[in-house]
Design a protein around this ligand. Sequence first.
Ligand SMILES: C[S@@+](CC[C@H](N)C(=O)[O-])C[C@H]1O[C@@H](n2cnc3c(N)ncnc32)[C@H](O)[C@@H]1O
Length: 269
Amino acid sequence: MAERQDVSDFRQTVIEGLASSSRCRHLTAGLLARTADWAVARHAKPGPALKAAKRKLHQVFGAYAVKLDSLEHHLDALEAGDETHAVCRRILRLHHSTAERLSFVESFHATIWNHCGTPRHILDLAAGLNAFSLPFSGLDPAVCYTAIEIDRRMVDAVSRFLAVTHRPGGCLWHDVLDGIPPANADVALVLKTLPCLERQKPGAAVDLMHRLEDIPDIVVSYPVRSLGGVRKNMPQTYRAQAQALAAASGRDITFLDLNQEIVAVLSHH
Ligand SMILES: C[S@@+](CC[C@H](N)C(=O)[O-])C[C@H]1O[C@@H](n2cnc3c(N)ncnc32)[C@H](O)[C@@H]1O
């Protein structure tokens, strides 16, 4: 009994250490608890366990969002009347994934919507700051947009952006590995995120496809090079992963014609 109490105190110490860390406190409580469990199973003392848990979270989440501290300042400027496209460009640069896409953001959207048709409702999973690309999408602002993201800072910024620009939808602070709230969307976006989800939980990509069963088109994408700029065999590897995912979820796959990002649409037959 005393030993069980010790383990739960130990786990609680790690969770509290993560929740008070400036790098981790924006992530959901469920993710912090899961990471604490992982660390407690591998370390005998709270100090090393907390260090290992922080390192793991930083490996998975730290690399993308570089300068999120300025988000509020940019949104204040938007509310004060600064031109929407200019503010959105500045914000898209703050996250590695959207910064990489900025030079072709219009053709990125146009290629996707030419293939899928105009959506009524987009569900964007592990969305980062992608909402700020909507003004470049060519879509009517009345198209509903629901995003899910695990980092509270981005959730708050996207929610505020949607409200200020009167776009229907919202952004949920949620871990996509804990399930997908019903959204009644006709397109799901899973952009540059599947490798990150697989690192958190092997098998997560196929599970996610099953959870999105009711959505006719799922757009998945992968980077063509790693964060360090190395190309390796990434395009071949990721194309093969997308094909395997389509087969596992019983969907047809179409690769879209974009050089800067591997984009595939998984559709029902
Ligand atoms: C590589 S970025 C891609 C962002 C966006 N989809 C894009 O392509 O612009 C991965 C994003 O997924 C978020 N994320 C990672 N794991 C998540 C999870 N389990 N649930 C929800 N969001 C998650 C991260 O915070 C990060 O913003």
